[in-house]
Design a protein around this ligand. Structure first.
Ligand code: HAM
Length: 426
């Protein structure tokens, strides 16, 4: 038990963390290109925020939240998603009083107590964006295009944008009634979860993954037949913009998504070949949510991408992200008298912007060179008692074995130059 991590969680080990950092760097870069600023909210919130925000009848709130109470009987939940907390922070900090739209992004862990499987974890990471203050269909199209831009930069292929309009409080009740009428006589044949959904959230039955439910709803009325003129016109405008931006999409009138706050545009990005958990991102418009959480009436739209699933899809497609945690130079320190000058040199090199690894154990030159090889460094500096006497250090090129003697004072500058010749440093 002591040495076992909780089910559905992952350790990101030093060997893998480079690709996470690289992915995060790309996400931050693209966020800036599209005008988003980062927001960091707490990892837990009042349970009520998710009950009201995400919806009481969603699987997330009904079954998957990590809830806990503290002294005074206050109930908190680990955040299962980032939209409700962002909306809460937007309202609480009165960001709505600033010029709109407000464009925010976040990267961080989310928690859902679901059955773990490949691509589905109890602690996972999302990158998400939220835009407040604009109901222009141009922003709907732009956020979808932005998500696809991110995937394209990562080299991901064979992705599909599934798009739907889930209507609004005017048209959705009509569809809901029609759907219930249609399913009334078939209720017993639905899976136990969908039987529960029949009264509370019948639309969710439409995208149930259970085969028998899928068959039962094959001919069921879908929302596209019931959209009010405003939603219909809006949906057409979003599609027109997407086409203009060169984003391919697939209309899926059964796409409902598992969160209650959506109105009009809803979308999911699906990757082939990563197993059952194929949704690598999803989002939509949530125009009533800010008001529901206690703020002014203000439209909103956003998406979140699952970082584990992105990395899985990349692995599946043979794509890798360059590691950045490379060591520039190994410092071999030989003999007692070299210890302090060695420590000083290592410090100087690091202050000059070089990544330095060194020996701390007073090992032989052979052992230290072996460590340097294992790290894959191109350069090793060798500092022994003879070198110290002359204020010098030996620079060894590990690839061809050639050596040059440098003065201690010029070592950092020389190395910097050599390394910058090979690549542009960050
Ligand atoms: P979501 O569809 O629940 O939407 O999650 C977004 C993405 O998070 C999914 O497409 C998937 O890639 C990833 N994800 C979800 N659950 C797991 C899990 N258990 N393990 C691994 N990855 C997972 C939302 O969370 C909305 N807040 C998105 C949004 C933002 N809508 C508007 N703004």
């Amino acid at each position: 038990m002591l040495t076992t991590r909780p089910r559905g969680t992952n350790d990101i080990l030093p060997g893998e963390v480079g690709k996470w950092q690289q992915l995060e760097k790309i996400l931050r870069h693209v966020s800036r290109l599209y005008g988003y600023r980062e927001i960091r909210t707490p990892i837990f919130e009042h349970t009520e925020l998710f009950q009201r925000g995400v919806g009481e009848t969603t699987d997330i709130v009904e079954k998957e939240m990590y809830n806990f109470t503290t002294k005074g009987d206050k109930s908190f939940s680990l955040r299962p998603e980032g939209t409700a907390p962002t909306v809460r922070a937007f309202v609480e900090n009165k960001l709505y009083a600033e010029p709109q739209p407000t464009k925010l992004y976040y990267i961080g862990p989310m928690f859902r107590h679901d059955k773990p499987q490949a691509g589905r974890y109890r602690q996972f990471h999302q990158y998400g964006v939220e835009v407040f203050g604009s109901s222009d269909p141009a922003i709907d199209a732009e956020v979808i295009a932005m998500a696809m831009d991110i995937y394209a930069r990562l080299g991901l292929k064979d992705l599909r944008v599934e798009l739907n309009s889930v209507g609004c409080p005017q048209c959705r009740p009509v569809h809901r009634r029609e759907l219930q009428n249609y399913l009334q006589g078939k209720k017993e044949q639905l899976c136990p979860t969908c039987q529960g959904r029949f009264e509370r959230n019948p639309m969710r039955i439409l995208d149930c993954k259970v085969q028998s439910c899928q068959e039962l709803v094959r001919e069921a009325p879908t929302i596209d037949q019931y959209l009010c003129p405003v939603c219909r016109e809006n949906f057409q405008a979003v599609q027109k913009q997407l086409t203009a931006l060169g984003v391919d999409f697939h209309l899926n009138p059964r796409l409902v998504r598992g969160l209650d706050y959506y109105v009009q545009t809803a979308f999911e990005i699906v990757a082939q070949g990563i197993g059952a958990q194929s949704s690598i991102g999803g989002g939509g418009r949530y125009d009533g949510l800010v008001e529901q959480v206690g703020g002014p009436a203000m439209p909103g739209i956003g998406f979140a991408l699952g970082l584990e699933r992105i990395l899985l899809a990349m692995e599946q497609q043979g794509l890798s992200l360059a590691e950045e945690d490379r060591v520039d130079v190994y410092l071999a320190i030989l003999g007692e008298k070299a210890k302090i000058p060695g420590a000083v040199l290592a410090q100087k090199l690091r202050q000059a912007g070089l990544a330095v690894e060194r020996d701390y154990q007073g090992r032989s030159l052979k052992a230290q060179l072996k460590s340097a090889d294992r790290l894959g460094v191109k350069y090793t500096l060798i500092l022994g008692e003879d070198e110290i006497k002359n204020d010098q250090v030996v620079l060894r090129n590990m690839q061809d074995g050639s050596q040059v003697v440098l003065s201690l004072a010029e070592a950092a500058g020389y190395l910097q130059q050599e390394i910058s010749k090979e690549e542009t440093r960050i």
